[in-house]
Design a binder for this molecule. Structure first.
Ligand SMILES: Cc1cc2nc3c(=O)[nH]c(=O)nc-3n(C[C@H](O)[C@H](O)[C@H](O)COP(=O)(O)OP(=O)(O)OC[C@H]3O[C@@H](n4cnc5c(N)ncnc54)[C@H](O)[C@@H]3O)c2cc1C
Length: 259
């Protein structure tokens, strides 16, 4: 997915990459940044979905269209043809996610990269959101996964690490930290919030299934509207919780567990 440009991050409408008509195809010129897997050698070809300004489109997001721009053009027999006019000019240096190349992409340094319109002109945002909504749901799910793993590790550590005596202890000796009320509070808070995240994600997934497969003719619109509302909530809330719950998990580990 190629949306981001140096001046166009959250403000997608500030995009400058342009498409011009060339017969039944388009020529794409511009620079994209932060493109995940913009270049790699895991597959023989790479199909870029590029958001760009339509030839006669209005300003802002209303003038954006989606173009399919392959790294290698495809011959009539389905084999790989000439290299398209696009290349990765550099890789971003990140704090993490090093196995995922984040590329700066240059389109049309020469005659213009050949692109094919996806859907209708000026409806590029709608087309892109088909993929972005799927990605948002997956990102929310990653928030849940990280939270669940943080909880499992914190719980196991709290069972094993022996330190101090809880206020309610009657017998002699030290106890696992799991018995301290504040540690229990942290673990219970993590567990409860994870259950809520899981419920929200299942509910959203079921809503999407109903939007696609419900037998009642009026139902798809109703369920799609609900899914459209829930998907950004899954993405934003579950990732916020993932960070907050991982932070609590580190707190349960103390210095000994952290090291
Ligand atoms: C690892 C990685 C991979 C990526 N992969 C891709 C990819 O494959 N394809 C692609 O197209 N892009 C990709 N991106 C880019 C990503 O989509 C952008 O980073 C994102 O859109 C935000 O843009 P920005 O970084 O310019 O932040 P900015 O827009 O500069 O935002 C900075 C901060 O200001 C806030 N903010 C901005 N505008 C508003 C507003 N109107 N109201 C309230 N708050 C606001 C933001 O929420 C954020 O907290 C990737 C980024 C990263 C880090």
């Amino acid at each position: 997915m190629n949306l981001t440009e140096p001046q166009a991050g959250s403000d997608v409408g500030a995009m400058r990459t342009r498409a011009t008509r060339d017969g039944d195809r388009y020529r794409i010129k511009g620079q994209k940044i932060f493109i995940t897997y913009g270049e790699h050698d895991l597959t023989p070809n790479i199909v870029h979905m590029v958001l760009a300004r339509s030839p006669d489109g209005p300003p802002g997001t209303a003038g954006l269209s989606l173009y399919l721009v392959p790294k290698f053009l495809v011959n009539a027999d389905g084999g790989l043809g000439a290299r398209n006019d696009l290349r990765a000019v550099s890789l971003e240096h990140k704090l993490g996610i090093h196995a995922s190349p984040t590329c700066v992409m240059a389109y049309g340094d020469n005659e213009g990269a050949i692109g094919f319109l996806v859907g209708e002109e000026n409806r590029g945002m709608e087309c892109m959101f088909t993929m972005m909504n799927n990605a948002r749901l997956q990102v929310g799910l990653q928030g849940l996964a990280i939270a669940e793993r943080a909880y499992q590790q914190a719980r196991d550590f709290a069972r094993a690490r022996v330190q101090g005596r809880p206020v309610t202890a009657t017998g002699p000796g030290a106890f696992p930290i799991l018995h301290h009320p504040d540690v229990r509070r942290m673990l219970a808070s993590m567990k409860a919030r994870i259950a809520a995240m899981r419920a929200l994600i299942y509910y959203t997934a079921a809503t999407i299934d109903r939007a696609h497969h419900h037998p009642d003719a009026a139902a798809p619109t109703k369920f799609q509207t609900r899914a459209d509302l829930l998907i950004p909530v899954v993405k934003a809330w579950c990732t916020d919780q993932g960070v907050a719950i991982a932070s609590l998990g580190i707190q349960v580990h103390g210095g000994m567990g952290f090291i």
